[in-house]
Design a protein around this ligand. Sequence first.
Ligand code: FA5
Ligand code: MG
Length: 475
Amino acid sequence: STDGTSNWSETKPGKSILGRHYPSDQTTNVTDTILELVGRKLYDTPNHPIAITRKLIESVFPPPVYKNHIATYPVVSTKDNFDVLGFPEDHPGRSRTDTYYVDSKTVLRTHTSAHQHSAFQHIADHEENGYTICADVYRRDSIDRSHFPVFHQMEGARTWQLPPKNHYKETRLQQQQRRAQMIRGSIDAMPKHGLEIIDEAGPYNDHTNPIQIQHDPDDSQLVVEHLKRSLEQLVQKVFTAAQEARPDQKQEQLKVRWIEAYFPFTSPSFELEVFWQGEWLELLGSGVVQQSILNHAGLNDRIGWAWGIGIERLAMLLFNVPDIRLFWSQDERFLKQFQDGKITRFESFSKFPPCYKDISFWVRPSPASASPIGAESSSGVAVAAGGDSKKASPAETQPAAFHENDIMEIVRDVAGTLVEDVRLVDEFVHPQNGKKSLCYRINYRSNERTLTNEEVNELHQKVTDKMMQLPIEIR
Ligand code: FA5
Ligand code: MG
């Protein structure tokens, strides 16, 4: 340019993602450590448990009713990831503490629902009824054996074009029966399962989990019943597969329950949980699709359901994998245990010793310093969010709020898969000055080898140094 300053887009550093370049801006928070995991295609790696699990889910939701898609490119617009799904402007899922922004308008998708709109349009254009989509997804999230910042989801949806209600020769009851029969027929066609499933949610709840006003309550309840029975088929298949893998041992009955949930893009909404290692583990979110979303895709005359499942979570149950980090392992002792089309019980190789390091600090008093401690951060469910976590810089007059996910991100960035979990172990408020003190315990432990003391000390020092960037005072 004429004034001698160089072109902004040439000098501004950026991110390269699968061959495309994105100039960074002040919103960018995606790290190189995360980008190293982009493009691994575990869902398409022969003999990998993620691929085997993907195929097992597809076998429960097969063509022609469900068209099975894979979405390989992980960068999507905020419009597709949030706006078209009805996320309100202030939804915590949108914040930089929860989501990896490539730039202010572009994110690494946080869920497969980012492709829901185009999948529904595809259905409309091709006169199909349903789909599944498998993809790698990305979230700034807590660190433990069932959470990893890169994971895999599968989304499924099914729609029905119900016959019109205004058939003049029929009574209202006859119309209702004919409409119901469409969905009832496919519910009855599913094989009965012998699982004991606790339904704590019911088909809807007027106050907390309502039927949409556009929907006939009978239609909505049938769609919910079809949704639940379909996903229970999947759970049954997991259970049977696990049993067949170990015919010598009687498998303990899986404990499974439905609970109410909230997503901006479904109502009523439900989550399915499984009892695993002494706790309820969330497998999936689901619900009756918001009619406005179907209408927007040209499916005005249809009603339908959708769900989104964590593939790792299901794979952990299927193969008895105790730690989500193992799916990223390149260790033959892990990889050689799995074979396409087979469900086998993973035999853990010896567990290496843990090394615990604590980090204590004062949180700068700030109006929005709450962190969603104990809540599953989620692309759907509204949890208390800590607001924006822009790195505090001298230029900033307003101190940024502390958010727990910022610690998680630093630990993942420094130590990658060498950390098993990070837990809040102590929290108190100073009686005089009202400042809050937090203590987090980091468990450094490799799945593949014994870490040396020096190595752990070095990692922990790096974590401590990087934490200086946060709006906290190390104690
Ligand atoms: C969603 O992502 C919704 N898009 C699901 C959905 C689709 C609802 C369609 C309704 C209709 P949620 O944020 O709860 O929902 O995540 C879905 C699943 O992903 C969770 O139940 C869990 O199994 C898995 N999951 C979430 N975070 C992680 C993580 N950090 N590591 C591994 N798995 C995770
Ligand atoms: Mg959830």
